[in-house]
Ligand binder design. Sequence first.
Ligand code: FES
Length: 105
Amino acid sequence: MTDTTTEIMVGPVDEIPLGEGRTFVVGDERVAVFRTRSGQLFAVQAECPHKRGPLADGLLGGTMLICPLHSWKFDLRSGDALMGDCGLRTYAVRVDESGQIVVSV
Ligand code: FES
């Protein structure tokens, strides 16, 4: 089986304030990267599976994300829906030695 995962650098981690998210175009995909108040990073699909709400504008409570449009709730660690019918696609994300966010797509 071929591993088709590609790591793409999207920008400095300092550009995402703690407790917020930002949307990045990563290869052919749009990915929302979140930085929790404790500094953990998570990456999920950028649009809500309900009606394509911009998830990077959602509210973060720990690792729980609330969609800004109709308040579906998701667990950023797994992508699972905590309230709503459908979960989120998740992506591996890390910070490299120079402080850049690297997302795997
Ligand atoms: S678009 Fe996200 S809950 Fe409706």
